[in-house]
Design a binder for this molecule. Structure first.
Ligand code: NAD
Length: 254
């Protein structure tokens, strides 16, 4: 009797680009992709920490290399992706947060957060897709969005707006590029313990908010995100595009 075969979660032979890979969720994504067999190019602004992550991966028998690049420089990023690609997988975890009351938002903070979370993410995703289309290759492009792409949050009008925007371009790109076999999705984490969130956890009022909203009763860890990265990057998710994988401990369930 023929039984169905479980699709593979392996990424052997794939080239992956992990952006924001010097820290937090991006570094964890790079580890997950490399351990699943991909060759991973790790990108962040400064080389130091990035190089340590890449070197540690190589010591563990994985295939990885660092590349210092500021993705807010759209032209430089497009040039570099065009000359170094094609990349079968993109995980973009570069992100910025400047939380504060909506009544106090400064235009320069609005622009900076939109600049990294939306503008850079948009053109980076497009650059990787262009490379794939030119080479006639399929691929999986993943932006690290947020649970705040689906709900609002106190002090988070700008941040939540950027993540809602990411969902919008993700769906539209998925519609346009499905014909090329390019899948585009997001991962929407709840609060994860990283350098980005330390400030929130040290505020007792915010800590109470988190404890009430996360139904599973704990703050997330970067490990909680890793399996989702491998799933969306691999052929295990071959029919999944234009959607959001919420890893939010139930935050958005009510
Ligand atoms: P982090 O600060 O630990 O890491 C951010 C990474 O992005 C760093 O490697 C940094 O160097 C890189 N980066 C920032 N600007 C860049 C630029 N211009 N060019 C290249 N690299 C740049 O943050 P994190 O907590 O790991 O967050 C990663 C992503 O996950 C962000 O998009 C964030 O919005 C999202 N997110 C985080 C949480 C959380 O609770 N930590 C929850 C939901 C979503």
């Amino acid at each position: 009797m023929d039984l169905p075969k479980t699709p593979t979660f392996r990424l052997d032979g794939r080239r992956a680009l992990a952006v924001g890979a010097s820290s937090g969720i991006g570094a964890a994504a790079a580890v997950a992709l490399a351990e699943a067999g991909a060759h991973v190019v790790l990108v962040a602004r400064s080389a130091d920490k990035l190089t340590s992550v890449a070197e540690e991966l190589v010591r563990r028998g994985c295939s990885a290399e660092p590349m210092a690049l500021d993705v807010t420089d759209i032209e430089a990023t497009e040039r570099w992706v065009a000359s170094s690609g094609p990349f079968d997988v993109l995980v973009n975890s570069a992100g910025l947060a400047r939380h504060g009351p909506a009544l106090d938002t400064k235009p320069e903070d609005f622009d900076a957060v939109f600049g990294v979370n939306v503008r850079s993410a948009y053109f980076l995703t497009r650059a990787v897709a262009r490379g794939l289309i030119e080479h006639g290759r399929a691929g999986s492009l993943i932006n690290i969005s947020s649970q705040m792409a689906h709900v609002g949050g106190v002090d988070r009008a700008v941040y939540a707006a950027t993540k809602h925007a990411v969902e919008g371009f993700t769906k539209s790109m998925a519609i346009e590029w499905g014909q090329h076999g390019i899948r585009v999705n997001t991962i929407c984490p709840t609060f994860i313990r990283t350098p980005l969130t330390e400030q929130t956890f040290s505020n007792p009022e915010r800590a109470r908010w988190l404890a009430e909203k996360i139904k599973l009763g704990r703050i997330g860890t970067v490990e909680d995100i890793m399996a989702g990265v491998v799933y969306l990057a691999s052929d295990a998710s071959a029919m999944v595009t234009g959607t959001a994988l919420r890893i939010d401990g139930g935050w958005t369930a009510d």
